[in-house]
Design a protein around this ligand. Structure first.
Ligand code: GLN
Length: 478
């Protein structure tokens, strides 16, 4: 059942009004403050907007498809008048001068932004722990990480503060937290959602997408936020298809490949078991399942951790305490002021990425690392294209493990990076991928699996994921 559709019905029929829905949402937010999933809440503004929507409804005007539904926005997306901190001391006081296109579209559809969500600093992390405002907690087990970097957006949807949130995914930051929190998260094809107004991390990998409690809700949000934007030079000039329209169509004959490399010893047995059980359900529904191979998967982490830091180091260069951000006074010259500002304002992970990035871009190393990584990226993309000649979709674990404990990987950064092994290939190739909860392990922690498809195959992904979601919930009830 779609949370968005049922709330919309309730608001339009008058059995609830937008103001009471927003109030309820704000109450849940304050009750769950221990989860630390929000950085800034805009309750007063949200209630004002809700009463505007209620007025519109009274007057018989169209309140939009999201008519007063409360939503969350990751704190790397600009919303005019609200702070956009990127969970960094650097931008703690930064007020957005304009609104990101994706957010603007949500607002135009009548969505009400409750606040901005916690995240890893500048979206660099896989656990939510690199935030300057402290770690987010997983609502399913508060001793555990909700995943990252869209930690707050996933946690607040999982805790039912709001039915949907926006996240960003550079190397898995929508899908992996969705997997850890037992909800749906979609990274669309690169270029279908505008990046205008999104703080850039790694521009050739970043994509905005929905986090929601059902596949249909994610499809509705993506329909709203996708589309050409002349303010983003990488935006694809294409009509947005109706993802929700065909979501109930049959999946008879859909060819689905399970990549052997994702199901080997490095993947926890309960994760493998849940993915296999889900693939059996897909087969029962008429899909054709076969094993496929993506042998270059083992290079994805190395390639990503060269390209992403390289782009990040260039993107973050503007944060110098003069054009943007916290300004420290060294009492000496200009260069010392910039150094002092960046030393004081950035956290350790961001500094590590900047150093890695500037190193791989420096003359002498550029050819050995950066160029080589770009070549390997093309090979990874080509490998996907070969597999998509044979199957329509790929179905695989989103993460090798379920949610790990807070603090479990912070001491070993390589372990943290390796936990991204299954999500980053889709970003390197630019293809769409959606996380769906497919089971639970023995500790009752959610297992997530992802459908990956060829460019612009969102419609097929939503349809297949929706079919599986329905089948899983009916087999759970039996
Ligand atoms: N965990 C990955 C990283 O730390 C991905 C982050 C993301 O997708 N924003 O870079």
């Amino acid at each position: 059942m779609s949370r968005i559709i049922s709330l919309r019905k309730a608001i339009l029929s008058g059995s609830k009004n937008a103001s009471s829905v927003v109030k309820e949402s704000l109450e849940k937010v304050s009750k769950d403050s221990n989860l630390n999933c929000w950085i800034n809440i805009y309750g007063k503004e949200a209630l004002e907007k809700a009463s505007e929507i209620d007025e519109k409804i009274k007057k018989g005007e169209d309140p939009g498809r999201l008519c007063g539904i409360p939503v969350a926005v990751k704190d790397n997306m600009l919303v005019r008048g609200m702070k956009t901190t990127n969970a960094s001391r650097m931008l703690n006081e930064y007020i957005s001068p304009y609104t990101a296109t994706a957010v603007e579209k949500m607002q135009a559809a009548g969505a009400i932004i409750i606040g901005k969500t916690n995240m890893d600093e500048f979206a660099m992390g896989s656990s939510g722990e690199t935030s300057a405002f402290g770690a987010t907690r997983n609502p399913i087990d508060t001793a555990r990480s909700p995943g990252g970097s869209s930690s707050g957006s996933a946690a607040c949807v999982s805790a039912d503060h709001v039915p949907a949130a926006l996240g960003s995914d550079t190397g898995g930051s929508i899908r992996q937290p969705a997997a850890f929190c037992g909800i749906v998260g979609m990274k669309p094809t690169y270029g279908i959602v505008s990046r205008y107004g999104i703080s850039p991390f790694s521009s050739s990998l970043d994509q905005v997408g929905p986090i929601a409690s059902t596949v249909l809700d994610a499809a509705i949000i993506l329909e709203i936020i996708a589309g050409y934007d002349r303010r983003d030079s990488t935006s694809i000039k294409k009509e947005v298809p109706g993802y929700a329209e065909t979501i109930n169509d049959s999946i008879q004959g859909v060819k689905i490949g399970i990549p052997a490399e994702y199901m080997q010893d490095g993947t926890d047995p309960p994760v493998r078991d849940s993915v296999l059980a889900a693939s059996e359900l897909l087969e029962k529904m008429g899909a054709k399942i076969k094993e496929v191979s993506l042998p270059l998967t083992k290079y994805a982490v190395s390639v990503y951790y060269i390209i992403a830091p390289a782009e990040a180091s260039a993107n973050l260069a503007r944060l110098d305490g003069i054009r943007y951000g916290l300004s420290a006074d060294s009492g000496k010259d200009f260069i010392s002021d910039v150094t002092a500002s960046r030393t004081e304002a950035f956290g350790i992970e961001v500094k590590r990425r900047i150093m890695l990035g500037t190193y791989v871009l420096s003359s002498g190393y550029y050819e050995d690392y950066y160029i080589k990584a770009q070549k390997a990226r093309t090979l990874i993309k080509n490998e996907f294209m070969e597999v998509f000649k044979d199957v329509d979709l790929i179905f695989a674990p989103t993460s090798p493990t379920t949610a790990f404990k807070l603090g479990e990987k912070t001491g070993d950064i390589l372990k943290m990076y390796l936990s991204d092994v299954f999500t980053i290939s889709a970003n390197l190739a630019g293809i769409p991928a959606l996380n769906l909860p497919v089971g639970r392990d023995s500790k009752n922690l959610p297992v997530g699996a992802q459908f990956m498809g060829n460019y612009l195959s969102e419609k097929l992904i939503f349809r297949t994921a929706h079919a599986l979601e329905k089948e899983l919930s009916s087999s759970e009830k039996q």
